[in-house]
Design a protein. Structure first.
Lengths: 118, 496
């Protein structure tokens, strides 16, 4: 697997940042933030991944040293689960705000919103 | 029974209250709960500070659910975070007194309970960030604080719909910043296999220059820079402060960026450690560079503002520059100055924004036009603005002077006298923007003199003057704040 998957994760992160920085449509910006979020979650899962590793459950009679050598690291997975839940909260808030923006300005275009002001 | 669980209660009490507030109906009950909880948390934090400041006392540690240190989440309280906890909860308690009338005037009654719920959750997050000793736990609490902050800013929509755009931009930038921080923490975990800050510090201390650590450092500093609004990552701040409800602006200006500054201290000094941060990665170069830019550029921008809330917001960006400058110089005097400025700026800016809240309560806005001739019509509020403004300039006998004294001493101690010049120029620029306000207050004719304007009610004046009075008191009797800041500097590893 090597380095390729990390490069791809980084590319995903850059795509997300590009969308946030360059796009003017509120919905596209939201999608950009989601892509960044996915890239980070993917990265965290990769940190704990081990090629051919087993589930981190200590079998009966299995020596602890062997377990530590073969099992994948469960902690990043716990972090990712937490991070996914936080991501859900952020998504909900972003979408709620997008709806309120639409109600107030009747547009999703940030340039247009800036022009309408007050 | 309570004493051993003190650190946990500081976070758990506002968290539970934040949920309870939702079910207290549409009257003033949610406010009453907020008032009680903030004062209770203030008392708890002050007790904790007293316990930590005893000479030679070890940091207070609390293992969540009794899971021991490197495996479970621990709360670890030393002089630095006990001080920040006291500042945050103290400001929250004072703002809570102010909130009833101000919120009633700016937010429709059916949203009060949501407002107070979001506020309590925001407080939970800020206190949690400050108290925790676990890097990932810090990220989770950061998101709790941030999400509720975006909601609080957006609640200003009733007065001005631009609050929505401000909150949305803040939401996007804040989330990207927090994601960078998480990515950085992920890199640290990859390198060290631990999330506990003390454990992280131990394992990073032995490392030589390393690419993963460098990446982690860059990601964490960028993420934190967005959260503290370190120039040039401050774009979200002026709009968010301008359009948020008055009491929210006061609370955020006094606490949110301060907690951001605390996180920067913690990561740079404790987690990465002085050796990695300053010897290997030379972080002082860009920290000092950006701080000087913040002080100069943001102060110049502040002079040109007509909305006083926005003027003070730019001034906040400049004041954060002072804190970061002290951090970047990393000697005992400069770090003492930075920590004491966290406190001094919190009381001064909190007091100033509360005074503006009182102006908004009477006049509906706070532009330079509305302030004209207010010195006669709202004498006490106007006086509060002047005293707070003098603190921002750093006039002797105000709290702002104490911080600048130590910062300049830090510059001279570090053989960096040009930075002392930057601080002085920053003070002159501050004098210019404060003078614009003073001129409008006392030397201009009111826009419509027939409009009856009375002095703000006591419920608004008392909290304002508590903070402004504190900025005067701690300017004259700085022994306590400076001694605490010195203890904090020692706890951060910068001894005399």
């Amino acid at each position: 697997m090597g380095i390729t998957i990390y490069v791809l994760t980084f590319a995903l992160l850059l795509i997300g940042i590009y969308a946030v920085v360059a796009k003017k449509n509120v919905v596209k910006i939201i999608v950009g933030v989601l892509v960044i979020d996915y890239a980070v979650n993917l990265f965290l899962v990769l940190v704990g991944y081990r090629t051919g590793g087993g589930a981190p459950i200590l079998a009966e009679g299995q020596p602890v040293t062997e377990f530590a050598r073969t099992a994948v690291d469960p902690l990043p997975q716990a972090m990712v689960l937490t991070s996914i839940v936080i991501g859900l909260g952020i998504t909900a808030l972003m979408v709620a705000m997008a709806i309120r923006l639409w109600e107030n300005y009747r547009t999703f275009d940030m340039n247009e919103i800036r022009r309408l002001r007050g | 029974m309570i004493a051993p669980h003190l650190p946990a209660l500081i976070v758990v009490v506002p968290l539970v209250a934040g949920l309870v507030a939702l079910f207290l109906g549409r009257g003033h009950l949610p406010w009453l709960l907020t008032l009680l909880v903030t004062w209770a948390v203030f008392a708890l934090s002050a007790t904790l500070l007293g316990r930590v400041l005893v000479a030679g006392a070890p940091p207070v540690e609390y293992a969540m659910g009794s899971w021991p240190a490197p495996w479970g989440i621990v709360y670890r309280v030393d002089a630095v975070n006990a001080f920040v906890l006291t500042i945050v909860s103290g400001i929250a308690a004072v703002c809570a007194v102010f909130a009833r009338l101000s919120v009633a005037a700016e937010i429709p009654a059916e949203r009060w309970r949501f407002f107070y719920s979001a506020w309590l959750l925001c407080l939970t997050g800020l206190l949690g960030i400050t108290i925790t000793g676990d890097a990932f736990n810090l990220y989770v609490l950061l998101e709790i604080a941030s999400l509720s902050t975006y909601t609080l800013v957006a609640l200003g929509v009733q007065k001005d719909r631009r609050a929505l755009t401000a909150a949305f931009r803040y939401l996007i930038l804040g989330t990207v910043g927090a994601t960078f921080l998480l990515l950085g923490i992920g890199h640290l975990y990859m390198k060290t296999g631990t999330l506990n800050m003390v454990d992280l510090a131990d394992r990073l201390a032995g490392l030589q220059s390393d690419r993963v650590v460098l990446t982690a450092f860059a990601l964490i500093v960028t993420g934190l820079g967005l959260k503290v609004a370190l120039f040039p990552l401050h774009m979200w701040l002026p709009n968010a402060y301008t359009y948020a409800p008055s009491v929210v602006t006061a609370f955020l200006a006094a606490t949110a960026t301060k907690v951001g500054a605390y996180m920067t201290f913690r990561f740079l000094f404790t987690v990465f450690g002085l050796r990695v941060t300053f010897d290997f990665l030379s972080a002082d170069v860009f920290l000092i560079g950006f701080s000087c830019l913040a002080i100069l550029v943001a102060s110049v921008l502040a002079i040109r503002q007509n909305n006083i809330k926005r003027l003070l917001a730019y001034s906040s960006v400049a004041q954060i520059g002072y804190i970061m400058l002290g951090l970047g110089l990393h000697n005992h005097a400069s770090v003492t100055g930075a920590v004491v400025h966290v406190f001094n700026h919190a009381v001064m800016k909190g007091g100033l924004f509360l005074a503006l809240g009182a102006v908004v309560y009477r006049l509906g806005g706070a532009t330079i036009g509305e302030l004209r001739g207010l010195g006669r019509r709202m004498p006490l509020t106007a006086a509060a603005i002047v005293v707070g403004g003098m603190g921002l300039v750093g006039v002797p006998a105000t709290a702002g002077f104490i911080s600048k004294w130590y910062l300049v001493a830090g510059c001279l101690h570090g053989d960096a006298w040009p930075l002392a010049v930057v601080i002085l120029v920053g003070s002159i620029l501050a004098l210019l923007y404060v003078w614009r306000v003073v001129e409008a207050l006392y030397f201009a004719v009111p826009e419509n003199p027939s409009l009856p304007v009375r002095e703000a009610p006591l419920a608004l004046l008392v909290p304002t003057w508590v903070l402004i009075g504190a900025s005067l008191y701690f300017g004259l009797h700085a022994t306590f704040t400076v001694a605490t800041a010195k203890a904090a500097a020692v706890a951060l590893g910068v001894g005399e």
